[in-house]
Design a protein around this ligand. Sequence first.
Ligand code: ADP
Ligand code: ADP
Length: 230
Amino acid sequence: MIHLKNLDKQYKNGDQTLHVLNDIHLKIEENEFVAIMGPSGSGKSTLMNMIGCLDQPTSGEYLLHGTDVASQPEKELAKVRNAQIGFVFQQFHLLPKLSAMMNVELPLIYGGIKKKERKERARLALEKVGLEDRVNHLPNQLSGGQKQRVAIARALINEPSLILADEPTGALDSKSGTQIMELFTQLHHEGATLIMVTHEQEVADYARRIVTVRDGEIIKDRGHENVVPR
Ligand code: ADP
Ligand code: ADP
């Protein structure tokens, strides 16, 4: 499903070149649950940005469902992101003045879906994450764990083939963090493909596979091919 080949990412700063990702080779199959670990500054976010089509590599190939997306223009990448990828962030990134339901509906508004269908799908997504009794709450009326569940419902609303989460438990207490990881585990068992960045070993241990990055290179890939049968 995901195939990165010889992927490099460099940043130019005056006459200096920073090699942030160096000859990355990575294959991720459908229905894998992968954690990406590594020290701060090792290139994890940059790698996630590549996989999420938020940024383009300096060189190398990125095949997503067999299509080379590495060289596509931003307009095409935006389409790929919208149709295929759900994003979950450490700080939730919810719009504060919109209800839980409206936040979840947003990707459907961008997709031109009619109101009745939007409401119905948003309600189902919120039900799925256990928030059916919080649909009209504003983000500041929700706990951190509940906000993250709203964000996950939003990530799921377009039925993406891939869910990317950058430190999804980083802003949560350990109990809420555990609930979020149990939700990801449930999504994984239902067939989702999940890739998450985390600093925390106990969070990474929910994943079937742990990829370790250091200085822009993959130095360890544990649990590869250990995919749960559907
Ligand atoms: P991590 O997520 O592992 O902390 P990052 O991918 O954020 O690592 O960053 C890796 C390195 O790349 C860091 O040295 C960071 O400062 C640098 N970097 C990231 N994005 C940019 C950018 N847009 N321009 C210049 N340097 C960047
Ligand atoms: P986090 O680690 O919480 O994801 P960072 O502070 O590493 O956040 O990076 C936030 C954003 O800033 C990232 O999208 C990254 O690409 C960008 N960035 C990181 N380091 C640099 C840098 N040295 N120069 C320019 N942009 C950077």
